[in-house]
Design a protein around this ligand. Structure first.
Ligand SMILES: C[S@@+](CC[C@H](N)C(=O)[O-])C[C@H]1O[C@@H](n2cnc3c(N)ncnc32)[C@H](O)[C@@H]1O
Length: 178
């Protein structure tokens, strides 16, 4: 679906307190069209959960752990978009972002605890999904939907061992090609 690789970087992780949020950053990145998520190396449980979901519901989607998420941002060869309530409104930069992702890899940075100034400084785009405080998961979902212009909602999944069949009522899950 993507022209170039789209990678989501969770900048920091506080074990215990951030477990669910970090896991959901990964699940949202996968479901809404990113190719890969990078978690800090203390987020092992979140990485395991997202890999397990990918094994069951399909990919391609990669999960990586890194001891150097800030260095990943600093040294990224491509476009860096940092999600922050202090940035430019996503609706004002979405066209430029689509052009950028057509040309080169995009790193989408979401914070947790306080984000250092060097990330704001390195970012090619500091992007706000409203200029109100809310959550990295909500911000990431709206951001990816704008970048992919809705195409991610209809993506297909490979190597799934289960497929959800949409139903007006109730739940139906089948094996592929069933
Ligand atoms: C709950 S906030 C905490 C921010 C942290 N206290 C700080 O000072 O940087 C965690 C992350 O959610 C994301 N976020 C929160 N509100 C946002 C908004 N309006 N637009 C884009 N991203 C947002 C940002 O990536 C932020 O780093």
């Amino acid at each position: 679906m993507n022209d170039s690789e789209v990678v989501v970087c969770r900048l920091s992780h506080r074990p215990g307190r951030d477990d669910r949020m970090t896991t959901h950053v990964g699940l949202t990145a996968r479901a809404l069209g990113a190719d890969r998520v990078v978690f800090p190396d203390n987020a092992t449980g979140s990485a395991e959960t997202v890999r397990d979901i990918t094994d069951r519901f399909g990919g391609p989607f990669e999960v990586e752990l890194s001891g150097e998420t800030k260095a990943l941002v600093r040294n990224w060869e491509g476009t860096v978009a940092h999600l922050t309530m202090y940035g430019l409104p996503v609706q004002d930069v979405e066209t430029e972002l689509r052009e950028a992702v057509a040309a080169e890899p995009l790193l989408v940075v979401v914070g947790g605890e306080k984000v250092p100034f060097e990330v704001y400084d390195r970012a090619d785009y500091n992007v706000a999904v409203t200029n109100q405080p809310h959550s990295e998961i909500a911000g990431l979902a709206v951001f990816l939907d704008r970048v992919f212009d809705g195409a991610e909602l209809a993506q297909s999944w490979e190597d799934a061992d289960r497929v959800v069949v949409p139903k007006e009522t109730g739940k139906k899950v089948v094996e592929p090609d069933e």
